[in-house]
Design a protein around this ligand. Structure first.
Ligand code: XIL
Length: 380
């Protein structure tokens, strides 16, 4: 027995050794984004219907290899997943969750309570108590259906005005400010294992930041679970400043919650809100000035974008102990919502992959950054 065992193990070792030599001779595959950042935080992307269905094989390969987390761009919003008061449409959400399982990804649910893309039936309920009951049922039916399958939820999305006060949404009107703590309580009752987030845009603006902190603190003080704050991260080449981004990460994490960057994209186009007194109106459409790169992105802007991503990711790496996930709002420039918002019909370049699904300089810059970061860690 012993001899046989020895023989076997020698044979196995020999094969393994051969395998190793062959392995060593093979040129090593370049790392993917997912691999490069796996020890820092999840790297996510938002997926539309076509991506969830893996209709395009090149796109599907990028999603499966480059990202470790997914968010449904639209399919879990109430108007899609709960179109009528007594009817759910789980088909796409089920496919989305299955895709996450297939690629062993962190699956994020977006979003349970939001005034926008809201199913119209919410607006037909007059009575406040009935509205609260229906909201509780909405949250619990969805969160319990995906219990153990959705790793984190945006429980409430965009509840704040720019000055930090509460947005006068239908939820506030019907239920008062208790709707916030109630939403988190109901989500926790349905799935206590999922991380529960508050998510909003312009979270780096000092006034809104103070409002978000006060709001989340108030919920936590009631003994209700909030696990994280999501900064959407719809940013620009020059704003917000790196100081504001860093201070926001620090301030949110000081509450004792996780910080996620949940919808990252960097617009390279003129921002109508920067124009004094500008109205986002039809006037801007087809205006040359507002759509300067319709025939291609100049190299100088490509480099600016790559540097902006490098700077932002340097901050994320510096604070990686506070950051749970960085999710891009889409995979490639061609599918970005920023081609249609806030002005329809523009050509924007906010993401890491171009319209031909090729990695851009921005992709290379955050990969090179992580390589340098790892080398420095090793040297220290
Ligand atoms: C956007 C989607 O990307 C678009 O396809 C849709 O038409 C509108 O909504 N903040 C959010 C996201 O929380 O859900 C929004 O997504 C972008 C802003």
């Amino acid at each position: 027995m012993k001899t046989l065992k020895l023989f076997l193990s020698t044979a196995v070792l020999g094969t393994l050794a051969m395998g190793c030599t062959q392995e060593a001779e093979k040129p090593s595959e370049p790392k993917t984004l997912r691999q490069a950042y796996q020890d820092a935080f999840y790297i996510g992307t938002a997926l539309n219907r076509f991506q969830i269905e893996e209709s395009d094989s090149v796109m599907a390969e990028i999603v499966g290899k480059e990202f470790s987390s997914i968010t449904a761009e639209n399919m879990m919003k109430s108007m899609h997943i709960h179109p009528k008061r007594d009817t759910f449409n789980f088909e796409m959400a089920d496919k989305f969750v299955a895709l996450g399982e297939k690629y062993d990804m962190f699956v994020h649910g977006h979003t349970l309570v939001w005034h926008s893309q809201l199913s119209p039936w919410f607006g037909t309920i007059e009575d406040s108590l009935e509205f609260a009951d229906a909201t509780e049922k909405h949250i619990k039916d969805i969160a319990s259906k995906y219990k153990g399958k959705i790793d984190s939820w945006d429980v409430v999305n965009e509840a704040l005005n720019e000055d930090g006060s509460l947005r006068n949404s239908i939820f506030l009107q019907k239920m008062g400010e208790d709707y916030l703590a109630s939403a988190f309580k109901w989500a926790a009752e349905a799935d206590n294992g999922a991380d529960l987030y508050y998510n909003d845009y312009n979270m780096t603006n000092p006034e809104k930041r103070q409002g978000a902190i006060a709001m989340v603190k108030n919920i936590l003080d009631q003994g209700v679970k909030v696990d994280g704050i999501g900064m959407q991260g719809h940013w620009h080449l020059n704003s917000p400043s790196l100081e504001e981004i860093e201070q926001s990460i620090l301030d949110y994490s000081a509450l004792g919650v996780k910080v996620a960057i949940t919808e990252l994209d960097v617009s390279v186009l003129p921002n109508p809100w920067d124009l004094e007194g500008a109205e986002i109106s039809q006037n801007f459409e087809n205006s040359e000035g507002m759509n300067p790169y319709k025939d291609g992105l100049p190299d100088s802007i490509q480099v600016k974008l790559a540097n902006r991503y490098k700077d932002i990711f340097s901050l994320f790496l510096k604070h990686k102990d506070k950051i749970s996930r960085v999710t891009f709002w889409g995979v490639s420039d061609g599918q970005s919502w920023l081609n249609g918002f806030p002005i329809r019909g523009r050509t924007n370049y906010p993401l890491l992959f171009d319209r031909d699904l090729k990695p851009k300089a921005a992709y290379d810059s955050i990969m090179a950054l992580k390589e340098r970061f790892d080398e420095q860690q090793l040297a220290n």
